[in-house]
Ligand binder design. Structure first.
Ligand code: UP5
Ligand code: MG
Length: 198
């Protein structure tokens, strides 16, 4: 087809690294579309017509990764529904494991060009503290507590870091230091966006 393909930047990093926050800064300034896989799953969880509510709920509370058919169809639908003139998408918190990559490649590689991974680099301690603070402030997220955070971090180390390394080998990882204040993180990200032609 001659239609312009979607362009995608994956945004990855530990639980609480600041992926969502950075994406909101970028969206505000550039007008690209922010799609958080976690937000889409949490939304699906509250959709009474969905047959996956309970399954998603269990995964989120265990800090484990929902199978790709579910996540990818939510992303696909959100991308199709978007009328964004740029056709540029920040996909936040996905892909998190090899199953996610395989499923993405199967159904999305035809329609999308993946520009790379924007990697929010943040220590486990800072990540954990941010999520605990957010939980204490009433985020309502069932996974913002010490017990689930340990599991989220474990899943990040064992399943998601290898994915980041996989992209790294292709020279497709763009790292920002997300331990700085949000506007400083955004400044670093802007240079990366320029580098990839966004
Ligand atoms: N904050 C952010 N940036 C800051 C900064 N620079 N300085 C100071 N504070 C900063 O930020 C977290 C908190 O830190 C906020 O209070 C923020 O104000 C502050 P946020 O921007 O929300 O960070 P983010 O990296 O988005 O953290 P999040 O908790 O969303 O990350 P997770 O990756 O853990 O959560 P996600 O929603 O992506 O996934 C949740 C679960 O869904 C997963 O554990 C998994 O079970 C499931 N899931 C899947 O199964 N498949 C998927 O594809 C995606 C999710
Ligand atoms: Mg998030």
């Amino acid at each position: 087809s001659t239609a312009k393909k979607f362009e995608v930047l994956f945004v990855l990093g530990g639980p609480g690294a600041g992926k969502g926050t950075l994406c909101r800064y970028i969206t505000e300034k550039y007008g690209y579309v922010h799609l958080s896989a976690g937000d889409l799953l949490r939304e699906e969880q509250t959709n009474l017509d969905s047959q996956y509510g309970e399954l998603i709920n269990r995964h989120i509370k265990e800090g484990t990764i929902v199978r790709v058919e579910i996540t990818c169809s939510l992303l696909d639908r959100a991308m199709q529904m978007s009328d964004n003139p740029h056709k540029r998408f920040l996909i936040d918190g996905f892909p998190r494991n090899q199953d996610n990559i395989d499923g993405w490649n199967k159904v999305m590689s035809e329609k999308c060009i993946v520009k790379g991974v924007l990697f929010c680099d943040c220590s486990k301690e800072v990540c954990t503290e941010r999520c605990l603070n957010r939980g204490a402030a009433g985020s309502g997220r069932t996974d913002d507590n010490e017990e689930v955070l340990a599991k989220r971090h474990e899943t990040y180390i064992t399943s998601t870091l290898p994915i980041i390394e996989h992209f790294e080998k292709q020279g497709a990882v763009y790292k920002v230091n997300s331990m700085q204040a949000p506007d400083k993180v955004f400044e670093e990200a802007k240079e990366i966006l320029t580098e990839i032609g966004w």
